[in-house]
Design a protein around this ligand. Structure first.
Ligand SMILES: *Cc1c(COP(=O)(O)O)cnc(C)c1O
Length: 369
């Protein structure tokens, strides 16, 4: 008999009876979208949980990226990383700006601050880094560079829900940060996302922009979009927020077991926790050095798949390899050696709150050799 499939991720789902009770309240109120009471409550509870002053909900994690560039009036060139989910660069392109790829630091997977300055031209207006796998970027260095050249910084923090550095939210860095609450992420509202900002004025402007730019019945303040979260998703999000800490702790235990089992496997490397950082264990990437491991990354990936253990090659191919972007001068392989090396060696192992010891054994039988 074929064994059950072990997927890379599994969505955190609210208790169905509790969700039903909240749905009844929505049905009774007949207020189903447009800044309803669950929407307001979720923004408040998320701001508290994430230790940020202001947050605006969005219907996914791509629209806050698009809206951030629009709100900050970004034009010209935007410096970014090729080692991310494709939505990061798409948001730059959709705003009519030119993405400029900068290589990553092989020790973190994040954009290498040492390589940002040489990519700046008179047309550069912003930097869009990603806290990849939820590992914080060197936000201090990036801000110093941004300040020196008068650039905005927009963090794609889709992986960094709840991540803190020395007790402070990593979402406080930069001009704004964006989150994704997609079903595959640590915290989900099925589809969903958010933007985090520092002041009330920006929050107000973003709230207008996610509602077509409406600042009143007859006033439109800018070219807005529709990214309003409905009450069903907001209620779902409230319930999930109550169990996200235990889900993150379950992921932490999985990470501990993976590291223990893989520490002495030749040709396999992985990231350690960073000192002073509260991690969210959103992913568990391993990197295969085929010459030492005796098998290529893709061979391992296929072997796992044959046993119904699914890995994901996040992030392969690099964004700079997709047809829209591969012609850009900064997309050349020579410009991005570390990113290519990581993309060619990575497999993200299954990582979620429901992995049992049996699941872990099945996964590790495939990887340990
Ligand atoms: C998931 C993700 C997004 C997009 O979020 P959606 O909610 O799927 O639109 C953007 N950037 C990164 C790095 C992501 O992982």
């Amino acid at each position: 008999m074929e064994k059950k499939q072990i997927t890379v991720t599994s969505p955190l789902l609210p208790n169905l009876d509790e969700y039903h009770d909240l749905l009844k309240q929505i049905w009774n109120s007949k207020w189903i979208t447009n800044n309803g009471s669950f929407h307001k409550q979720l923004e408040k509870e998320l701001a508290d949980y994430l230790k940020v002053p202001y947050i605006s909900l969005f219907t996914n994690g791509t629209l806050p990226l698009l809206t951030a560039l629009q709100a900050l009036r970004i034009t010209g060139e935007v410096i970014t990383t090729p080692y991310s989910f494709v939505a990061t660069t798409h948001s730059i392109w959709w705003n009519g700006c030119k993405p400029v790829f900068v290589d990553i630091d092989p020790n973190t997977g994040n954009i290498d601050p040492d390589k940002i300055e040489s990519a700046i031209t008179p047309k550069t207006t912003a930097i869009m880094p990603v806290h990849v796998y939820g590992k914080p970027c060197d936000t201090k260095r990036i801000q110093e560079i941004a300040d020196k050249y008068g650039l905005k910084v927009i963090y794609d923090a889709a992986h960094a829900f709840g991540v803190e550095v020395d007790g402070e939210s990593v979402l406080q860095a930069g001009d704004v940060s964006t989150l994704s609450f997609h079903a595959t992420k640590v915290y989900n509202t099925i589809e969903g996302g958010a933007m985090v900002m520092h002041d009330e004025k920006t929050k107000q402007r973003i709230d207008y922009l996610k509602n077509f730019g409406f600042a009143g019945e007859t006033t439109v303040v800018g070219p807005g979009i529709n990214s309003k979260v409905d009450e069903m998703r907001a209620a779902y999000g409230l319930l999930n927020l109550r169990q996200v800490d235990s889900a993150i702790e379950a992921r932490h235990q999985v990470a501990i077991k993976y590291r223990e089992a893989l520490r002495n496997v030749s040709g396999v490397s992985f990231f350690e926790d960073m000192p002073g950082v509260k991690h969210n264990y959103s992913y568990f990437p391993i990197f295969i050095d085929a010459s030492k491991y005796g098998m290529t990354r893709d061979e391992l990936y296929e072997k796992m798949k044959a046993s119904n253990v699914l890995g994901r090659r996040y992030f392969y191919p690099l964004i700079s390899e997709f047809s829209t972007y591969r012609g850009l001068p900064s997309a050349s392989r020579d410009n991005l050696p570390n990113a290519h090396k990581m993309a060619d060696s990575v497999i993200c192992l299954p990582m979620h709150h429901e992995l049992s010891d049996d699941d872990l054994n099945r996964i590790l039988v495939e990887v340990v050799r």
